[in-house]
Design a protein around this ligand. Structure first.
Ligand code: GRF
Length: 214
């Protein structure tokens, strides 16, 4: 049975687009039940509508607490019979309660080679630190920000003259490869989260499987 997912986003939605494109090319057995945004002007909502996917806007101002917002979110996920949630540039921190109740069923993509450069502004920080490599990571979401067990990572080389925008573009290209790939593994039941560890085909995932190579 196809993996029924929701995609949560706040902005451009190029990762959503990569997932939609992989579905349309029949590369992954995934159904996007709903795309949810906390921003009405998110370009990702337009991308979803164009692909005939149901969209929902949750207005943060309507909720007094993070928990109340997350309850509304949970209700939408239940209503759409979602069994896996995919964060793709969703710029809100989720409550511990939400994260704990979705443990193992909630993933994120982060623009760095975690555990390096958690948080924002990762590209500039990697350049400023004189790194020669940077990248992206798909990981299970845990209560600590950008800290969950890693499923898949991809590296890019930082050229001497790369600015943060150029580097961001390079990272986006690999993000668009690894997010659909991770979803493919998940939809086939190859990935599991147990005791804070990622299992791939029944064994603790090793670096060889975790590192995506072109
Ligand atoms: C990506 O860089 C992702 O790693 C981060 O937010 C960005 C979203 O980009 N979490 P897009 O909206 O998918 O284009």
């Amino acid at each position: 049975m196809s993996l029924a997912i929701a995609v949560l986003l706040s902005g451009n939605g190029s990762n959503l687009q990569a997932i939609i494109d992989a579905i349309h090319r029949n590369e992954i057995d995934v159904t996007i039940k709903v795309v949810i945004s906390d921003r009405l002007d998110a370009k990702g909502l337009e991308r979803a509508k164009k692909a005939n996917i149901t969209t929902t806007f949750i207005e943060p101002a309507k909720y007094q607490t993070r928990e109340q917002f997350d309850e509304a979110l949970s209700e939408i996920l239940e209503r759409h019979k979602v069994n896996f949630t995919v964060l793709a540039g969703f710029m809100r921190i989720l409550s511990n309660q939400f994260v704990t109740s979705h443990l193992g069923k909630l993933i994120n993509i982060h623009p760095s080679l975690l555990p390096k450069y958690k948080g924002l502004n990762t590209h500039q920080r990697a350049i400023d630190a004189g790194e020669t490599e940077h990248g992206a990571s798909v990981h299970f979401v845990s209560p600590k920000l950008d800290d969950g067990p890693i499923i898949l990572q991809a590296c890019v080389t930082i050229a001497d003259n790369d600015d943060s925008e150029q580097l961001q573009q390079k990272v986006h290209l690999v993000e668009h490869l690894i997010y659909p790939k991770a979803l493919d593994w998940i939809s086939k039941g190859r990935i599991e989260l147990k005791n804070d560890q990622v299992f791939f085909d029944g064994d603790v995932i090793d670096d060889k499987n975790r590192l995506f190579t072109l």
